[in-house]
Design a protein around this ligand. Structure first.
Ligand SMILES: [Mn+2]
Length: 402
């Protein structure tokens, strides 16, 4: 049996606040969530899958545009022509109560109601599948829904749990909170999760999978985005990540130690852009680390954004590489604000005091006498302290700038 697991399409994401004037590029962004799903449907047809699971957040907004509804309808019809079924749950962005009166989907599309329910499917190879899930009736679902998922039935070969939700944290658990153990206890063969936009495999046997969203929508959703193609043979399950995005958001980090001029910076950025794949467009945020040898005037003009604005988008075939942000990081002590600095000084005095090292660190090293000796050496601990400081500095500027 073969199926596709995707989630979080977020169709019709508005992409507000992007300062891009080129109409062609702007259209490419606006259409990206649609075209990513179209790519998935293309692959579903080519791979002759049995069905597609969409684990919530098909729409970005609780007000669904006609465009998005008609688009989905068209894509579902393409699947219907090929006898491919679609199983859909709605999530916190497109909860069912926001969809009353919307267009009805074709009859190859099965939508889970607000209460936990099963649909049954016999795959082309004869595998009898039970798919269990529910849709969000409203924006928030605080109760534990997994409790209501049934035990696997004996006349079923393969059970799939579909769930739009987040791991329980103990606070603000508004998205059908669950624990990994609760899912494992069910004894299902596959958990098709949605809600978290970053791809994650929570467990391998059985698979518990967040496929991530099929199209990144900002630099926070960086890297290649796609979905999982799942193939099963009896109880054996194999999963393959396939990209579907048309624009990839990327963080490019350049070591700036050898850069001393604008031309150096430009050349280094070009080199890095050339290494990106040519199959999708790339929207890139560049960070130049350790730019200590760049003249301050150069740093200033890069930071006021004129640099990114000045780099022309590079077109190759139908795709673009666009640098939308360049930031510079200088490694020196005054990266810390005064407050941070005094906090650091106080903490460092406490942590790296010989008293504290004796008490906290030495017991950990009881089997390593040579390390114990190092820790007792004040020269070494002061180096350690400096390096820790630099590391914190680096992390801090990364957070500030990306
Ligand atoms: Mn989502």
């Amino acid at each position: 049996m073969k199926f596709i697991h995707t989630a979080d399409l977020h169709l019709d994401t508005p992409f507000r606040g992007l300062q891009i004037e080129n109409k062609e590029i702007l259209n490419k962004i606006k259409n990206s969530t649609f075209n990513a799903f179209k790519n998935i449907v293309d692959i579903a047809i080519k791979q002759e899958v049995d069905f597609i699971i969409i684990a919530g957040d098909l729409y970005d907004s609780d007000v669904q545009s006609v465009t998005a509804q008609l688009f989905l309808n068209d894509q579902f019809l393409r699947l219907k022509e090929k006898n491919i079924t679609v199983y859909v749950i709605f999530g916190n962005h497109d909860f069912s109560n926001s969809q009353i009166g919307n267009f009805e989907f074709p009859d190859n599309v099965f939508i889970f109601p607000a209460e936990v329910k099963s649909f049954y499917h016999t795959a082309k190879d004869g595998t009898r599948v039970e798919l269990v899930g529910f849709s969000y009736p409203d924006r928030w679902v605080n109760e534990n829904k997994v409790e209501q998922y049934p035990k696997p039935h004996s006349d079923i070969d393969y059970t799939i749990g579909i769930l739009h939700g987040a791991l329980k944290t103990g606070h603000d658990d508004n998205y059908a909170p669950f624990s990994k153990d609760e899912l494992l206890e069910k004894g299902y063969d596959y958990w098709a999760l949605g809600h978290i936009h970053e791809r994650q495999i929570l467990n391998e046997d059985p698979y518990i999978v967040y496929p991530g969203n099929p199209q990144g929508r900002s630099i926070k959703e960086d890297g290649s985005k796609g979905f999982y193609l799942v193939e099963t043979n009896n109880k054996e399950t194999e999963i393959n990540f396939l990209p579907s995005d048309v624009i990839e958001w990327d963080k490019v980090i350049i070591d700036g130690r050898s850069l001393v001029s604008m031309s150096d910076v430009q050349r280094e950025i070009d080199l890095n852009l050339n290494e990106l794949s040519k199959t999708v467009s790339h929207f890139v945020s560049v960070m130049i680390k350790n730019a200590n040898n760049l003249p301050l005037t150069v740093v200033k003009s890069i930071e006021d954004d004129s640099f990114a604005g000045g780099i022309a988008p590079k077109k190759f075939e139908d795709n673009y590489n666009i640098v939308f942000k360049v930031s510079v990081q200088i490694t020196k002590s005054d990266v810390f604000s005064e407050l941070d600095q005094s906090f650091w000084n106080r903490s460092a005095d406490k942590i790296f005091s010989s008293e504290n090292l004796e008490k906290e660190v030495l017991p950990l090293l009881k089997n390593y006498r040579f390390l114990q000796e190092l820790v007792r050496n004040p020269e070494f601990t002061s180096t350690l302290q400096n390096e820790t400081f630099e590391l914190i500095n680096e992390r801090k500027s990364e957070n500030d700038q990306l």
